[in-house]
Design a protein around this ligand. Structure first.
Ligand code: A3P
Length: 306
């Protein structure tokens, strides 16, 4: 039954990645029917890598001329509503949603690996912003997320050991995680105007610098007047974990447009770099570190982990 599938999603191996079985039809509909426009911006991530934060940030950067920060739609809408997922929301209820009327630049998001994006999204001039997070924190964050879903739906809990094992085998949603990251990483090196590769840890360390990078990448660099007026800092503050977590709109209720039901608040937890030290055993750390070393370091992809 669907509800059970939510907590421990059944995965189907599709085009070399593990796709939650219940979203596979939506992924296929997206691949067949999505028509990219050159102004589109696609936000891509693996689950629990900072997707929600990235949505809030990019939405704010792109729409800053329409909305003063005091009247931003972020105050009344969850970031996942403002930047919908192809596979959970847009293609979830209708295989051919009408996306033509959306305001440009259209902002979309997805967890789909680069190789499996709709061909037109790869070929067109639309831009992709990818966010990744060190795997040690990501596996802990995703375990908490599933645990909370299990609890809220009265489902049996999934142990950290069980989740860790699935993650290391590359079998959690949209995995293997290393292939997902390396796929976008390589593309960002080959086509830096097409794919901007961001890291959660860099955003934590220097949000102002990273926001400037994002704004430049989408062709809307901050002006001197904006910089002097503190616009970047205002965006950073509005999108901080504390601000978003405390907003009434993000505190209660579920995200109804998803074809799964998830509590809105479960997207905001601790938001720290290095929380894994509180959860992973030394042997877990060794195992995951050697996967990172073997599968990602050869491509020059490395992470700050604390
Ligand atoms: P933790 O579970 O480590 O706290 P996603 O948005 O991809 O689902 O990722 C969720 C993770 O990002 C959670 O990590 C969550 O707390 C964190 N997060 C959500 N909003 C954030 C924000 N505005 N700033 C920093 N981290 C945020």
């Amino acid at each position: 039954p669907q509800r059970k599938g939510v907590v421990r999603p059944f995965q189907s191996l599709y085009q070399n990645f593990w796709c939650p079985t219940y979203v596979l039809p939506n992924v296929i509909a997206f691949q067949r029917h999505f028509q990219a426009k050159h102004k589109d911006i696609l936000l891509v991530s693996q689950p629990k890598s900072g997707t929600t934060w990235l949505k809030a940030l990019v939405f704010s950067v792109v729409n800053r001329s329409h909305f003063d920060i005091s009247s931003t739609p972020l105050l009344t809408s969850h970031p996942h509503h403002l930047v919908p997922f192809f596979e959970y929301q847009l293609y979830g209820s209708n295989p051919r949603p009408d996306l033509d009327g959306l305001a440009e630049p259209r902002l979309f998001s997805t967890h789909i690996p680069y190789a499996s994006l709709a061909e037109c999204a790869k070929r067109s001039d639309c831009r992709i912003i990818y966010i990744c997070r060190n795997p040690l924190d990501t596996v802990v964050s995703s375990w908490h997320f599933y645990l909370e879903m299990a609890r809220s739906q009265d489902q049996p809990e999934w142990s950290l050991e069980e989740h860790f094992e699935t993650y290391c085998q590359g079998k959690t949603s949209f995995g293997p995680f290393w292939e997902h990251m390396v796929g976008y990483w390589k593309e960002s090196l080959e086509r830096p105007h097409k794919v901007l590769f961001l890291k959660y840890e860099d955003l934590k360390e220097d949000i102002v610098g990273q926001l400037k990078k994002v704004a430049g990448f989408v062709g809307l660099p901050f002006t001197e007047v904006e910089e002097e007026g503190g616009v970047i800092q205002q965006i950073a503050k509005m999108c901080s974990l504390k601000t978003l977590k405390d907003l009434e709109v993000n505190k209660s209720g579920e995200l109804p447009a998803m074809n799964i039901k998830v509590e809105k608040r479960s997207y905001f937890r601790k938001g720290e770099v290095g929380d894994w030290v509180n959860h992973l055993t030394p042997s877990m750390v060794d195992r995951l570190s050697s996967i990172m070393k073997e599968k990602m370091s050869p491509f020059g992809l490395q992470f700050k982990t604390r």
